[in-house]
Write a protein that binds this ligand. Structure first.
Ligand code: FAD
Ligand code: GLY
Length: 362
């Protein structure tokens, strides 16, 4: 008998397992494949609290809180799991390719300043000084957000799962949660491909697949996959220090001379293939931004499925009709950024703290 079973071992499930195990709950995380091989492996790892989440979004506050958790989390995970999540705090530059985009970004700069964020508009000459490999033909300026860092996303999931085990959590891999077991509308456990397992509470953290599990309880989570394709290359030169972001393409400089270039957005596509058309469009855009990238050495290409909800906000709440059945899914483009706060909030909710209204299941 466990206190909590978590169905799904991506970055979200692993962060919740880590927080609950730290609080001394008996936790079992069940993963149908292997830990962190789905969306959480595909992610570029940007912590875009400013770049990806607008100041007026209901996610803005927790996105900032989560971003601020990373420095101490990185240290703690290194210490407990031995894994370096490669936190790099060099910011993100959202670049403008036209005067019109520049005008829009200057307005965004003012909005961010008003909300108390640190952001700087860099006209072309100043941006060129900061990032000399950016093409002065293609880029007219950029909005620099120094606080938006980045991590190695696969390492983060692995570190959280390892640290959860260090704090006493158990993990079952290659086991699928098939259904939720209930008695008088209370959770009593789960049915899995390895048999029934009892628990007082169950949290579905299955990314885009959470919908399937909840459907078996008669509840429809309004969510769908948005497939993203990415690739990586190696270049000896430090082609950029900040992550470079523009519509349809970003370039994220990683450790060991590696650059991740992403990502396409294909709604409602659940296959894993990587298309030539997708890579071609990313390559064209990336080389237009940083021409030296055409001399880079090929790494690899991959795809993943962002879990998107109709509202754009994640579900983090309890099933309206089944006590003890929870969900934490739908983090769309920001699951890595939001993983630390999601772990901590879900542990609070399990302990009875009120759920933040916008995340509730209706
Ligand atoms: P997943 O990582 O998909 O994990 C869910 C897990 O649950 C899977 O391992 C699955 O096998 C398992 N599972 C499902 N159903 C069951 C079941 N019934 N029983 C057992 N196991 C089950 N976010 C950022 O913050 N920054 C970025 O830069 C960024 N870049 C991205 C780039 C791309 C190309 C993509 C695709 C996503 C990106 N994201 C980024 C988004 C981020 O990757 C996701 O929001 C996040 O990984 C979602 O995590 P998750 O744990 O909910 O889902
Ligand atoms: N946040 C980057 C992406 O989802 O592609």
């Amino acid at each position: 008998m466990y206190d909590v079973i978590i169905a799904g071992g991506g970055v979200i499930g692993s962060s919740i397992a880590f927080q609950l195990a730290k609080r001394k709950y008996r936790v079992l995380m069940i993963e149908k494949d292997e830990i962190g091989q789905k969306a959480s492996r595909a992610a570029a790892g940007m912590l875009g609290a400013q770049n990806e989440v607008g100041p007026d979004s209901p996610l803005s506050r927790i996105a900032h809180e989560s971003r601020e958790m990373f420095p101490s989390l990185a240290e703690e995970l290194k210490c407990v799991s031995g894994i370096d999540i490669e936190l790099i705090q060099n910011g993100i530059v959202r670049v403008a390719r036209t005067e019109e985009e520049g005008k829009h970004l200057k307005q965004e700069n003012e909005r961010q300043q008003r909300s108390g964020d640190h952001a700087v508009w860099l006209p072309q000459n100043r941006l060129q000084e900061k990032e000399p490999h950016l093409s002065h033909h293609s880029v007219t300026g950029g909005l620099y957000m120094p606080g938006d860092g980045q991590v190695n996303a696969p390492a983060l999931t692995k570190a959280l799962a390892h640290a959860a085990v260090e704090f006493g959590a158990e993990i079952m891999q290659r086991t699928e949660v098939l259904d939720v077991l209930t008695e008088n509308r209370h959770v009593i456990g789960v049915k899995t491909t390895s048999g029934n397992i009892l628990a007082q509470k169950v949290i579905s953290a299955g990314g885009v697949w959470s919908r399937e599990l909840f459907e078996k309880t008669g509840y429809t989570l309004n969510m769908y996959p948005v497939k993203g394709e990415c690739f990586s290359v190696y270049h000896k030169k430090r082609l950029t220090t900040a992550s470079i972001f523009s519509p349809g393409c970003y370039i994220v400089p990683k450790a060991h001379d590696r650059f991740i270039i992403g990502a396409t957005q294909k709604p409602d596509v659940l296959n894993k293939s990587v298309s030539v058309e997708g890579l071609h469009s990313l390559m064209e855009r990336a080389i237009r931004l940083i021409p030296d990238l055409q001399h880079a050495e090929w790494g690899e290409a991959w795809s993943g499925h962002r879990p998107k909800t109709q509202t754009g906000l994640p579900y983090m709440g309890e099933h309206p009709e089944i006590d003890g059945l929870w969900v934490a899914a739908g983090h769309f483009r920001n699951g890595v950024l939001l993983a630390p706060i999601t772990g901590s909030l879900m542990a609070d909710y399990i302990e009875g703290k009120p759920v933040y209204e916008p995340f509730k299941l209706q």
